[in-house]
Design a binder for this molecule. Structure first.
Ligand SMILES: Nc1nc2c(c(=O)[nH]1)N[C@H]1C(S)=C(S)[C@@H](COP(=O)(O)OP(=O)(O)OC[C@H]3O[C@@H](n4cnc5c(=O)[nH]c(N)nc54)[C@H](O)[C@@H]3O)O[C@H]1N2
Ligand SMILES: Nc1nc2c(c(=O)[nH]1)N[C@H]1C(S)=C(S)[C@@H](COP(=O)(O)OP(=O)(O)OC[C@H]3O[C@@H](n4cnc5c(=O)[nH]c(N)nc54)[C@H](O)[C@@H]3O)O[C@H]1N2
Ligand SMILES: [Mo]
Length: 747
């Protein structure tokens, strides 16, 4: 099923070898100096994940996968004019994603004229002018869509949302809509803010850490160092996941001798192998047992906290009692005995942290998943005290900061009020479009211009071919990007605007600039690239946004765009006056380590309508999977960053040389009459108003794998076209990438 390299500890020598391989591939003259500066106080923020830096640690503060991301960006290779002349766009569209990015960094602004099949160079001023005139020509600003991916700095994000709102719309969908939106919605309703409350120091004090629906070994490798320190102190770590993810089994720290030579530290002591989509049933079972323990011996619930700080306990407990254990065991695939053991472990813990990621958010009941986990924390007052609290682990390195800066299609009124005060101009109040809504608007001809600040919209979204068709019919698409990807090839007219990467020096009129980012734990710090830009004609993201804004809004715009971009301190002065918690930002971000944004629930202040934390009655989902079908989740491998694929291997899971695979339990394969390695078509079946919608992917290979019976897995983005647009979380519109009913047919 899995081979021996999947059995070794995560990290260790192989991790170092992989880091070196990627650095070499990018060219040592750029990648080594870049790697030396990752996550250092005088360096730049790793473009990998949003896990915070540990300021107390030694010299090297990056991981294998962070190194891949840095080396990928720091490559010396650039897209040449010869290349562009020799490749018609229609032919580029037929190339694999990976090949497109492998052509190197974008080096100059490019234009695909209407009716043309080849990109051609265009000057910056002409590019801005084209974009500006297309935006001005729309009948309403709401006919344009402005997407953001989560690598964008706070400064660029603030300017971008200001431009979009000054233009007249709140159409600011972002990758968060595809990611942690269920967390934001779920937490916002319960504790009054869509962020977690813990900081890194809390991990040093917790005695129980739950890692739910998350694969930190591949996606947040620096988190393993934090977990290792916790495990060594005797903290209990429990993974709740259909898969037994290798990074949580054993971890050999690549920067410790013992980590290289020894067997590694055991991290999670318990693997709760919940069925895909079964977390609510599991958590209900655990909480039923917890209430039973309370009835048996008392002292289990935190009554003082529940009485003083929460609302809704009575109805919550009543609703819980209505479910039978038989029903919860069937829904979760976890036995009552295990639920009882988890309840005992939780009841014995004085300080619990719950971490989670996409395994909870990307379901139809993604908001319910997050809320049920939050219920569990509230029952024992695990919030707003040391060593305890919720920790949604963010993906992109500044996705949380972008939201703080106003990249949000439904901004709070107070934020718009503050913008109006600062700029003495009205801001649009109509809610904008989220990612799913924006796709629908583009497909239905209600939106005609798409602007993307980073990201790979067409490939990251569900229902890939539908999204591609929607983008292809836009009159203009504009992309601010570092590397070529599939999204850039769609639209009747396309502008490709090449930007500096995180690792590169950013010089503006008033000299060298730095930017700021916010990590998963609301910590804001500076990031300054030092490498010379890979090409002379690149511009910074803030400068590009300002260029677009001036060309669209005219020189009489109420925002002094040029002045703001000349020195990013001036952008931060504006942020400081608009964004609560950023007061005196320029001084505080220059202090060693930066500063932390306020999260009221961390002080047990809950800004909900009732002023209390709200326990929620979460509905038990009914996931119907007909006999002969499986419930499929889409995952990241160890060798990719979202739609950027570095290689075909998934080392920790023992999968090599192929990404078009579907993981299935050996017994399920047998029952389906399929061998491991058989070629199959994968068909998804989703309910629709007219019965059932199906979508087919051809040429996949089955892979016998240890996952719960009835479940399956495939890789993101290869499997994205299986997910219909309407298959999303209730309440947050996060695509349900992790619960797709499929059938397999041998070809
Ligand atoms: N190297 C690298 N780092 C990354 C990224 C990357 O692609 N590569 N992406 C970044 C981004 S944007 C994000 S959002 C994060 C994503 O980080 P993760 O959320 O860790 O990423 P996924 O691969 O989507 O993995 C989800 C995990 O959830 C589990 N899971 C799936 N369904 C269920 C379920 O129903 N219940 C439970 N309990 N578990 C389930 C899967 O088995 C898997 O272990 O990583 C960030 N960091
Ligand atoms: N099936 C399935 N689909 C998913 C997911 C899943 O788990 N399963 N996860 C979802 C999640 S969590 C997320 S966050 C989204 C990710 O969606 P996106 O954020 O839209 O996608 P990325 O692949 O991260 O974007 C990569 C592109 O960003 C550009 N880029 C890289 N660095 C920079 C930079 O510094 N500046 C600029 N301007 N551009 C840059 C490059 O051109 C690169 O091609 O995908 C979602 N899609
Ligand atoms: Mo994400």
């Amino acid at each position: 099923m899995s081979d021996s390299s999947a059995e070794a500890a995560a990290g260790g020598f192989t991790s170092i070898a992989q880091t070196a391989r990627h650095a070499l591939r990018a060219g040592l003259s750029r990648s080594l100096p870049a790697l030396r500066r990752v996550n250092r106080p005088d360096g730049f923020d790793c473009p990998g994940c949003a896990w915070p830096e540990d300021e107390g640690r030694g010299a090297i503060e990056f991981c294998e996968n962070g190194a891949k991301a840095v080396a990928h960006e720091a490559t010396k290779k650039t897209l040449t004019r010869d290349f562009l002349l020799s490749w018609p766009v229609s032919l580029l569209r037929e190339q694999p994603h990976r090949w497109l990015e492998a052509q190197g960094r974008l080096a100059e602004p490019l234009w695909l004229r209407p009716g043309s099949d080849r990109f051609e160079p265009i000057s910056w001023s002409a590019a801005f002018a084209r974009a500006g005139s297309a935006l001005r020509a729309l009948a309403s600003p709401d006919q344009a869509v402005f997407y953001t991916s989560g690598r964008t700095s706070n400064e660029a994000a603030f300017l971008y949302q200001l431009f979009v709102r000054a233009y007249g719309t709140n159409n600011l969908p972002d990758c968060s809509n595809l990611c942690h939106e269920s967390s934001g919605t779920g937490l916002g309703e319960m504790i009054g803010i869509g962020k977690g409350t813990v900081s890194l120091a809390d991990f040093g004090e917790a005695d129980l850490i739950l890692v739910v629906g998350q694969n930190p070994g591949s996606n947040h490798p620096r988190m393993l160092t934090t977990l290792q320190a916790a495990a060594r102190r005797g903290c209990h770590i429990v993974s709740v996941n259909p898969l037994c993810e290798r990074g949580l089994v054993r971890f050999g720290h690549p920067q410790e001798l013992a980590g290289l030579l020894g067997p590694g530290t055991q991290l999670a002591e318990r693997f709760v192998r919940v069925r895909v989509g079964g977390d609510i049933a599991l958590l209900k079972g655990v909480m039923k047992e917890l209430l039973a323990l309370e009835a048996e011996r008392g002292g289990v619930l935190d009554h003082v906290f529940l009485n003083e700080y929460t609302r809704g306990f009575e109805s919550f407990a009543k609703a819980l009692a209505a479910h039978s254990f038989a029903e919860l065991e069937a829904g979760s695939g976890v036995s009552r005995r295990e639920m009882r053991e988890l309840a005992e472990l939780y009841a014995a813990s004085q300080r619990t942290i719950a971490c989670w990621a996409m395994g909870l958010t990307q379901h139809r009941h993604g908001v319910g998943n997050v809320q049920e986990l939050m219920n569990l924390l509230l029952l024992r007052g695990n919030i707003g005290r040391p060593g305890a609290g919720p920790c949604p682990v963010r993906g992109h390195s500044n996705v949380q900061g972008d939201r703080t800066m106003g990249i949000w299609e439904r901004p709070p009124a107070a934020f718009l009020d503050a913008l109006e005060r600062e700029f003495d101009a009205p801001m649009p109040r109509r809610p904008g479009l989220s990612t799913i809504e924006a796709i629908t608007a583009m497909a239905e001809g209600r939106a005609h211009v798409f602007v993307g600040l980073g990201g790979n919209f067409a490939v990251a979204s569900p229902d890939s071919s539908f999204v591609e068709a929607a983008l292809a019919q836009q009159t203009l698409t504009v992309h601010v990007a570092t590397k070529l990807n599939r999204t850039h090839l769609l639209g009747r007219e396309v502008l490709l605007l090449p930007c500096l990467g995180r690792s590169e020096r950013d010089v503006q009129r008033n000299g060298v600039q730095f930017v700021t980012v916010e990590d998963s734990m609301a910590h804001v710090h500076r990031s300054e690239g030092r490498l010379p830009p890979v090409a002379a004609d690149l511009a910074s993201e803030p400068a590009i946004v300002a260029g677009l804004a001036r060309a669209t809004l005219g020189e009489s715009s109420f925002v002094p765009w040029e002045e703001l971009v000349a020195s990013y301190d001036r952008i931060r002065e504006r942020i400081a006056r608009v964004v609560p918690g950023c007061e005196d930002m320029n001084a505080r971000v220059r202090a060693p380590g930066g500063f932390t944004l306020p999260r009221p629930p961390a002080e047990r202040r809950f800004e909900t309508p009732s002023g209390r934390a709200e326990l929620r009655e979460v509905a038990l989902p009914k996931i119907e999977v007909a006999p002969g079908r499986l419930l499929l989740m889409t995952l990241r491998s160890h060798d990719q960053y979202n739609t950027t694929i570095y290689g075909d291997d998934d080392r920790y899971r023992g999968v090599f040389g192929d990404r078009r695979v579907v993981f299935v339990h050996p017994e399920d394969l047998r029952a389906l009459g399929l061998a491991s390695g058989a070629r199959v078509d994968v068909t998804s079946h989703c309910p629709s108003p007219c019965g059932e919608e199906t979508r087919v992917l051809h040429g996949f290979r089955t892979l016998a794998y240890d996952l719960p019976r009835g479940c399956a897995a495939a890789y993101f983005p290869e499997a994205n076209s299986l997910v219909p647009l309407a298959h999303h979380a209730e309440g947050s519109l996060t695509p349900a990438y992790k619960s797709v009913v499929v059938s397999l047919a041998q070809t």
